[in-house]
Design a protein. Structure first.
Length: 216
């Protein structure tokens, strides 16, 4: 009898675990399916992150260089404005990127609230994967050191990042970090169900776009 009860309990446990796994699975309608692996992280599922990156880059060029997609200029403008909190996200963010963010939120280990207010959890394994794959050597060393010591912040990394925006169009691991921290992390708490009123600050952001983002 004890053996039968033990087997029954085991079966119930396995059944429950399978149900939990089904709940944890993220159902998502991918808009940018690609056979090319843009983000290579062994042991990590990066399909949703790749979708997030591609949706971000689509919003990026549509907002900053709509007439002729120029990724290097779009990245330069965006990073400069994002670091100084001057991006008009309500005009930039697409409906699809909002859906991507909701899917990303289901991985609760990816998010936290840092002392500087940023939302990304830099202890997540994805950042240890991204760091060694950044193409620019000085930037790679700084990024990896900050991640390793749990010291990542725009105060520590922002100035160097702004000087290296030109290569982001080709360096998808660095671009993935930018997408997570400066795009999805910035809009994490935003309510896009209501239109924000036009403010003098929003007008200033639009006016200043032509002057931002020059690499040196």
């Amino acid at each position: 009898m004890k053996l039968k009860l033990a087997l029954l309990a085991l079966c119930l446990c396995l059944f429950t675990c399978k149900d939990d796994e089904k709940v944890q699975q993220i159902s998502f309608d991918y808009k940018y399916p690609s056979v090319e692996k843009l983000i290579d992280c062994e042991g990590l599922e990066t399909g949703l992150l790749q979708e997030a990156l591609q949706s971000f880059e689509s919003d990026l060029v549509n907002f900053y260089t709509p007439d002729n997609p120029i990724y290097s200029r779009a990245y330069s403008l965006f990073v400069s404005q994002a670091i100084s909190n001057r991006v008009d996200f309500r005009k930039m963010v697409s409906d699809h990127s909002i859906k991507v963010l909701e899917a990303l939120k289901q991985d609760e280990s990816l998010w936290t609230t840092n002392p500087d207010g940023s939302k990304v959890n830099f202890t997540h394994p994805i950042f240890k994967c991204i760091g060694p794959k950044i193409i620019d050597e000085p930037l790679r060393k700084t990024f990896s050191a900050l991640i390793e010591t749990n010291s990542m912040s725009m105060r520590m990394f922002g100035d160097e990042l702004k000087r290296k925006t030109f290569g982001m169009k080709d360096d998808k691991h660095l671009a993935a970090y930018v997408a997570l921290d400066l795009f999805y992390g910035k809009i994490y708490d935003m309510d896009f169900s209501q239109e924000a009123p036009e403010t003098p600050q929003a007008k200033k952001i639009e006016k200043d776009t032509s002057h931002d983002g020059h690499n040196h």
